[in-house]
Design a binder for this molecule. Structure first.
Ligand SMILES: Cc1ncc(COP(=O)(O)O)c(C=O)c1O
Length: 423
């Protein structure tokens, strides 16, 4: 057998990869005349080759039909969301009526907390992970503050054990148990942006509900990356951005999930806007809000058609590839990444990997904590055509994604890293 740390071996893995051709459906940056190794799908996914045409179609509809584009033409805008919901709902494990494409991630987190954070003087705490993405921390703080609570008291963070980066499920569940009489809400990310750790969303949901709290997830790093079962797990709400693994473009329209059991609950607090009206009533311009019977009732404004077109162009590729197939390839890619990283760093002398090794506890991102010259090593990567990213104080994150990355690229990256850590 060929040595597994070799270009020939990596190429042989690519030859056996039945999803390899999807790579050609994405435009990657070119460096010194060569396609760059783009490991930043966890930050901004690459542009599908079909996106420009999808946007152009909306532009053309606008040019030809003006506002009538909402109702006429091949793809009337008024019903465009009906094409998106069935595609994205499969990716996040939801029913089509439980999802809606709207706004941006932080905005959606706020809107959903307006519905699902209903503190009382005795039950007001929010349990979350320590080192959540800063925007989430600000959102939690502002919601607690809006309700008149002292954020230091209301927000309870679950920390990793001393000297580690990973938060154990046991610690999360015992924190929920410990505060069971005072929790109103549990909010976690599906995958922590820094470590790449997947949280056990099913167990967290069960524990939060048992404690009488609502539970929501920020799926920025999970949607389009790992298998999710939001409906079956019974999650109350979730939100995500579509510009990372879902390749829908910088600042793309985001997603939101509300569990079916809440969709018709008229007692839930909700910020209302005309687009949340039932479609049949939307244009009657009546003063009474008549909510849609789906997650769309959380949407307030006219949908951003150019952004939705870009979103759908990418979702169509997921549909053809099959999400289960993509996740299977993703695991194979990251297993190979773990192998090559171990090979160049057998005694963990040069770096350590903070992402959990168990494939069920991570997605495709691997976070590498570099012991020496971390920043200098990181800065050498881009001029060599490797797109990775940096998180303070010494972490290089790489995320080989199944739609457009290859085993060969993993080998190229590891071979370059091998040279850089030896210098
Ligand atoms: C985990 C997580 N939450 C929230 C955000 C903020 O998203 P947005 O700027 O789209 O509101 C990000 C952005 O990268 C993120 O990674």
């Amino acid at each position: 057998m060929q040595h597994r740390f070799s270009m020939a071996y990596a190429k042989a893995l690519d030859d056996r990869d039945t999803l390899q051709h999807f790579r050609e459906q994405f435009i990657a940056p070119v460096f010194r005349g060569k396609r760059a190794v783009y490991f930043l799908g966890n930050s901004l996914g690459l542009q599908p080759i079909t996106t420009q045409e999808a946007i152009q179609n909306v532009m053309q509809g606008w040019a030809n039909l003006g506002v009538e584009g909402f109702f006429l033409g091949g793809d009337p805008w008024i019903d465009y969301h009906k094409k998106i919901a069935p595609l994205i709902s499969k990716i996040v494990g939801a029913l089509p009526e439980e999802v809606v494409a709207m706004n941006h991630l932080t905005v959606n987190l706020h809107l959903l907390m307006i519905s699902f954070y209903n503190p009382t003087p005795h039950r007001y705490k929010i349990i979350c992970e320590a080192k959540a993405f800063p925007s989430d921390q600000y959102a939690l703080q502002s919601q607690a503050w809006l309700h008149g609570f002292d954020t230091a008291d209301a927000i309870v963070e679950v920390h990793p054990k001393e000297g580690t980066e990973i938060i154990t499920t046991e610690d999360i569940l015992s924190t929920i148990q410990q505060h069971k009489d005072s929790i109103a809400l549990v909010v976690f990310s599906g995958i922590n942006y820094y470590t790449g750790q997947v949280f056990d969303m099913n167990a967290i949901t069960v524990a939060a509900h048992k404690a009488g709290a609502k539970v929501g997830f920020d799926l920025a790093h999970a949607a389009g990356n790992i298998i999710l079962q939001l409906h079956d797990w019974g999650v109350d709400f979730a939100c995500w951005c579509n510009y990372k693994y879902l390749n829908s473009g910088p600042g793309s329209v985001a997603g939101a999930f509300v569990h079916q059991r809440h969709l018709k609950d008229q007692n839930l607090k909700k910020l209302k806007g005309w687009w949340g009206n039932d479609a049949g009533n939307r244009f009657k311009m009546e003063p009474t809000f008549n909510p849609a019977a789906t997650a769309e009732s959380w949407s307030m404004s006219t949908p951003p058609m150019l952004l939705l077109a870009a979103h759908k162009a990418s979702l169509d590729i997921f549909e053809v590839a099959g999400f289960d197939n993509l996740v299977e390839k993703s695991k194979a890619l990251s297993n190979y990444l773990f192998f090559v990283l171990d090979h160049i760093n057998p005694n963990n002398e040069k770096f350590s990997i903070i992402t959990p090794r168990n494939a069920d506890e991570r997605g495709c991102q691997v976070s590498i904590s570099v012991n020496k010259n971390a920043r200098a090593i990181f800065e050498t990567l881009l001029p060599l055509g490797i797109f990775a990213d940096w998180r303070e104080p010494n972490v290089i994150r790489v995320a080989p994604v199944p739609l457009y990355n290859s085993f060969e690229e993993i080998f190229i990256f590891a071979d370059i890293l091998r040279q850089l850590i030896e210098e």
